[in-house]
Design a protein. Structure first.
Length: 135
């Protein structure tokens, strides 16, 4: 589902919400995990934008309740040890997605509309200093 916007580093998990659920019954939650080769905010946000536009302009868009993206990257700690860790996690919920004119998404400040669920300390410094400068 639209993961071509993230390249070959993405995996997708789709969950159907049970018909008896209070909200989102019969719709789907989409969860995408991908590894950013360059964990810079401007690149990550650009990749997220491309993914969300591709997803919400696809035929499955009306059936999506929430779309989550988990961004991992290779990090090096203070001792020089490298490991892959989660650096950023965001989602767009159904109510927000319905309000966005996806055919004109280049004019929309998507980072202001998606919900940040997690920002790692390693990504936080750059993220916080530039939050409003990437569209």
């Amino acid at each position: 589902i639209a993961t071509s916007a993230l390249g070959d580093r993405a995996t997708t998990v789709v969950y159907q919400i049970p018909e008896n659920a209070e909200t989102g019954a019969g719709k789907y939650d989409v969860e995408v995990h991908y590894k950013s080769r360059i964990p810079r905010k401007i690149i990550v946000f650009s990749q997220l934008r491309d993914f969300y536009v591709a997803l919400y302009t696809s035929p499955v868009a009306p059936d999506i309740w929430e779309a989550w993206v988990f961004v991992n990257a290779d990090l090096v700690d203070q001792y020089g040890n490298q490991s892959e860790d989660l650096i950023y996690k965001v989602f767009i919920d159904h109510a927000t997605a319905e309000k966005i004119n996806w055919s004109n998404a280049e004019m929309v400040d998507l980072p202001a509309l998606w919900t940040d669920s997690y920002v790692s300390r390693s990504f936080e410094r750059e993220y916080l200093s530039n939050r409003n400068h990437v569209r």
